[in-house]
Design a protein around this ligand. Structure first.
Ligand SMILES: [Zn+2]
Length: 59
């Protein structure tokens, strides 16, 4: 993302991800310590997607 923030020493701590409620294939997590953002895949949503694909192929 373009919103990358170069934070000195950011890699020296364990990110404390606070992840949004799952509403789609990915959820955005924000580090409570440094404010870094990262997207986390929601595997449950992906399982749903795969199920739909299987239905489509079977039809
Ligand atoms: Zn962090």
């Amino acid at each position: 993302m373009e919103t990358h923030v170069a934070t000195a020493g950011a890699a020296e701590h364990v990110h404390h991800w606070r992840i949004e409620e799952a509403r789609g294939p990915v959820s955005r997590g924000t580090c409570k310590r440094c404010g870094a953002e990262k997207e986390f895949k929601n595997w449950i949503g992906e399982t749903d997607f795969m199920t739909n694909e299987e239905h489509r192929q079977a039809a």
